[in-house]
Design a protein around this ligand. Structure first.
Ligand SMILES: O=C(CO)COP(=O)(O)O
Length: 136
């Protein structure tokens, strides 16, 4: 059984919230391949010991690299704690990443509440890679 690949991304004011969420679900996280944008990935690896594949930092193209995984059918879920109160210089990239989740029907959680629901769903707990197809 191929492990599912999940992406973890958080804007600066949301990083501690994501770290707390990851620690709450650490056993589930251990069963996934984890990818992340640069700074988020470093923070998670350093504070949890989880293995994380790190892409560029978001403003340098990391969101787009994760988008490319989606377009290749290689991402099973996105946990993206974006910041609704502070504008990001790379807002077009943020929107593009969220847009691709809709195009490809990839589950995406932007808050701990939704992320909790997602990781406790039976489909997620099977931790299996399910190839996605575009919805159009
Ligand atoms: O900006 C981000 C997502 O849009 C996240 O990037 P970092 O993980 O490098 O902070």
């Amino acid at each position: 059984m191929e492990k599912s690949t999940i992406a973890l991304v958080a804007h600066d004011h949301k990083k501690s919230e994501l770290l707390e969420w990851v620690n709450t679900h650490i056993e589930i996280m251990k069963r996934c391949n984890i990818v992340a944008t640069g700074t988020t990935g470093g923070m998670i690896a350093d504070n949890t010991g989880l293995a994380v594949t790190r892409y560029q930092s978001g403003p340098l193209g990391g969101d787009q690299q994760i988008g490319a995984l989606i377009a290749e059918g290689n991402l099973d879920a996105l946990f993206f704690f974006w910041d609704p109160l502070n504008p990001a210089p790379h807002d077009p990239d943020v929107k593009a990443l969220l847009r691709l989740c809709s195009v490809w029907n990839v589950p995406v959680a932007c808050t701990p509440a939704t992320a909790d629901l997602m990781v406790t769903s039976p489909r997620f707990l099977s931790a299996e890679h399910v190839p996605h197809k575009p919805t159009y």
